[in-house]
Design a protein around this ligand. Structure first.
Ligand code: G6P
Length: 367
């Protein structure tokens, strides 16, 4: 397959823009549009009802997709999830149940640590599921069940569209698990699926915030450190936002659970450290808002990413980026976009090699 940048300056920009489309392509593989129910693709059927636990392993951005999925599997399917960075999984020597499910998440399907974890779990008698973008990859071939992402070829070293497609697949799997385990009623399932079907449109709307986000690039390019804060499923998106920024702009960035702010990172806050706060107006908003006040009281400059209701409750910010309203369930796929765009435009402003950042590889095939 030949891929080009089309009208875009970088592959990363093209891949960010493609997300509504490829998330849509991915979702149709997992949703029966006529019944509005989750239907796993042929060859990828799996029944979650008999599981005691689910063990997820991945690296980098794929690991953050797994962190989001833990909230979903535990909430909607009451399925306890263990999640590890693949390179650490074996050293923890976790007790594994033969017949249990180990789920690997990987764009390339070739990451050495993830593959080593897969083989370790297989040797312990576990069943292997894989959320994988490259269908011919080693991880896809060695897994028992493949849950494909349909992101298409991803060229930019910093993963973007593969990430949101991984989230789409994991969201569908969590719903399926909730149904299999009789936690979700047919009605609950219909509501959750409806919010997934709406996603491509909401993601397209979110992309229209690009000019506003681009204006922040100059301020961010001068920062030496940036903090990203979030609660609940926004916490892994904060981690992902920080990873994106450091990967391509080389600015030091850290993602933190908003509640951890007072246990350390607040010591860094002054007028030179931008703080990106991801806070949809959900049950957790008020708590995150109080963390924001702690930042503001120390002269910190806040970039708040929120929805319409949240914007109405924002205090003093450097900028408030208002994304479309959505169900809390799907917010990670929406909030991922502004943090990708912020990293991208900061890097472009600084003139770094966005698609091939120094020292990084698209696929890391050594342990
Ligand atoms: C590298 C890439 C990241 C990616 C990670 C995991 O570090 O630069 O963008 O998230 O590997 O790759 P995988 O192919 O397993 O998803």
């Amino acid at each position: 397959v030949v891929v080009d940048k089309g009208a875009h300056r970088h592959f990363m920009s093209k891949e960010i823009a493609e997300q509504p489309e490829v998330v849509g392509h991915t979702l149709v593989r997992f949703i029966d549009m006529t019944s509005g129910r989750v239907r796993l693709p042929a060859g990828g059927d799996f029944d979650f009802s008999g599981l005691d636990r689910l063990a997820i392993s991945a690296c980098g951005t794929a690991y953050y997709a797994g962190l989001v999925a833990r909230y979903w599997f535990e909430k909607f399917a009451r399925l306890p999830v263990d999640i590890d960075i693949a390179s650490e999984f074996r050293y923890r020597e976790p007790p594994l149940t033969p017949g249990g499910l180990a789920l690997m998440i990987s764009q390339s399907g070739e990451t050495a640590d993830t593959l080593a974890t897969l083989r370790h779990c297989r040797a312990q008698g576990m069943k292997i599921g894989a959320v994988v973008n490259v269908p011919t990859s080693t991880i896809a071939r060695e897994a028992d069940v493949v849950f494909p992402t349909v992101a298409g070829v991803e060229v930019g070293v910093a993963s973007t569209k593969a990430f949101t497609c991984q989230l789409a697949v994991l969201a569908a799997l969590a719903i399926k698990a909730g149904r299999d385990r009789k936690v979700l009623s047919e009605e609950d399932e219909a509501k959750l699926v409806a919010s997934l079907i709406e996603l491509p449109r909401l993601m397209a709307e979110t992309l229209r915030l690009e000019p506003q986000i681009e204006k922040l690039a100059q301020t961010f390019s001068k920062a030496l450190d940036v903090l990203y804060l979030g609660r609940g499923t926004s916490y892994p998106i904060a981690l992902e936002g920080a990873l994106k920024l450091k990967e391509i702009s080389y600015i030091h960035a850290e993602g933190y659970a908003a509640g951890e702010l007072k246990h350390g990172p607040i010591a860094l806050v002054d007028e030179n450290v931008p703080v990106v706060v991801l806070a949809p107006y959900d049950a957790l908003f008020e708590k995150t808002a109080s963390n924001m006040q702690e930042v503001a009281a120390r002269g910190g400059r806040i970039v708040l990413i929120t929805d319409r209701e949240g914007a109405g409750h924002a205090g003093d910010t450097l900028a408030t980026i208002v994304v479309p309203d959505s169900y809390a369930f799907v917010s990670p796929l929406i909030y991922a976009i502004p943090v990708q765009l912020l990293a991208y435009h900061t890097a472009v402003f600084m003139g770094t090699d966005v698609d091939q950042p120094r020292n990084l590889a698209k696929s890391v095939t050594v342990e």
